[in-house]
Design a binder for this molecule. Structure first.
Ligand SMILES: CC(C)(COP(=O)(O)OP(=O)(O)OC[C@H]1O[C@@H](n2cnc3c(N)ncnc32)[C@H](O)[C@@H]1OP(=O)(O)O)[C@@H](O)C(=O)NCCC(=O)NCCS
Length: 199
């Protein structure tokens, strides 16, 4: 059994945490009710996407990735209804060494669009990335047609840094993306680990 990681981040209206096996029925309901909403912006769903077995594996992998500090795949739950998933937010491709950056991804349930919940989630996870993970840069990329996503990033202080042609394969087509990021003004150099003295 892989090590379990407990991370729970709170904000005014959200609880952001790693998924647990008990969340699987709600994860499947969340994905099912948002099939059309996510279709244009996320890659095609793999085989078995709406099955318990698929999510058992995914959850195991999410905990293993967080333990290894390579990725943090969170769900956002409503603070006043803590079993209800309102969205997803993740930091993936965590790079250490001279890079100290990660890539952020997110989504909100179509029933909760237009309430500022995504912005609230982004602000909370950026604080986690900077203050707790001590990352130097959070990057986020969106398709030019996804204006809503662009507005969330702008409001959260992300700045446009470039334009990547044919950046991601979405539903069988290479799609251009606008590249943005936000950097950590309080980044601190990690103290070098002391070598253990040999007896
Ligand atoms: C992109 C996406 C997350 C944006 O969601 P969203 O609901 O527009 O974002 P927010 O939760 O921050 O809400 C912002 C809107 O709520 C409004 N709002 C209402 N109450 C608010 C509050 N208390 N605080 C802030 N904004 C509030 C804002 O005015 C804003 O509306 P506007 O953009 O029309 O001006 C969502 O459309 C989505 O999940 N899309 C599919 C997946 C996706 O595209 N993911 C990103 C891939 S790059």
């Amino acid at each position: 059994m892989a090590e379990r990681k407990t991370i729970s981040l709170t904000s005014e209206r959200l609880i952001i945490r790693l998924p647990e096996h008990r969340d699987i029925p709600e994860i499947i309901r969340f994905q099912r009710r948002n099939t059309a909403h996510f279709a244009a912006v996320f890659p095609s769903r793999p085989k078995g996407f709406l099955t318990t077995a698929f999510w058992r594996e995914r959850i195991q992998a999410a905990h293993a990735d967080a333990t290894a500090d390579v990725g943090y795949r969170f769900y956002m739950f409503a603070a006043d209804a803590p079993r209800e998933i309102v969205g997803t937010i993740n930091l993936h491709q965590v790079q250490r060494g001279v890079a100290q950056y990660c890539v952020m991804g997110y989504s909100i349930d179509h029933r909760h669009e237009g309430r500022g919940l995504m912005l609230e989630g982004v602000e909370r996870i950026v604080r986690f990335a900077f203050d707790d993970l001590n990352l130097h840069r959070v990057m986020a990329n969106y398709m030019p047609s996804n204006e809503r996503s662009g507005r969330v990033l702008r409001r959260a202080g992300f700045v446009v840094e470039g334009y990547a042609r044919d950046y991601l394969l979405i539903n069988g087509q290479w799609r251009d993306h606008i590249l943005t990021s936000r950097t950590n003004p309080n980044w601190r150099e990690p103290r070098p680990r002391r070598a253990r003295r040999r007896m």
